[in-house]
Design a protein around this ligand. Sequence first.
Ligand code: CU
Length: 245
Amino acid sequence: MFSAASVLCVGGCGGVQSALDPAGPAAAVIADTWWLMAIGATLIWALVMVLLWYTLARRQDGPEFAHGTSLIVAGGLVFPSLVLIALLVYGTATGRSVMATEQPVDLVVEVEGRQWFWTFRYLDSDGRPAAATRDVLALPLDALVEFRVSSADVIHSFWIPRLGGKIDVIPGRVNTLRLRADVAEPMRGQCAEFCGLQHAHMSFEVVTLPAAEFDRWLAAGGDTPLPSSALTPADPAAPATEPQP
Ligand SMILES: [Cu+2]
């Protein structure tokens, strides 16, 4: 029974949209943190259950427990404080690598969220849009990409679980997120903020290409077909097209 449940759980950790199946360094750090916290929480839960069992199993008329105050101070104050401080230090240390703020950027992509689709504009080395896609994100492999995300209407959230964390997409504001894909496997992104009735359909496909192939695609203005459809002309001034049904 337990092993069957374990197989189901671990099997569910994979897939195109699983944060526990990382395809980039930021997602790998996040997945490691998740496993650390899941295993730690399980061990602490087991410890609490043992203490609870011990308490309930003691005879009511047994001898008085001599170390009650010490146990409360150690288990209720010292131990949680140590765990939280350790997590704070670990989170602060790993947060910098997740943000990748000190590394040079290889590509900038402007992301616009709109009810209920995504538009991606790929900037060239001069900062001008060289290509654009809709609901398909093309990425060069092993390249650090800076996403500059904004919204045309309501608050959305940009998230590619296999590559890293999510970031809010807010009207009137540009937020940045840096991600790197180091595995050429199928991936999917998803709006992670309820943004209207069609929110669940606000997803996109991530297509990873070898750097040389991506450069050729970008140099051609995105006219070369990607392994998917939904390409739009490279016109940054073009009005957004109608939402998907
Ligand atoms: Cu949305």
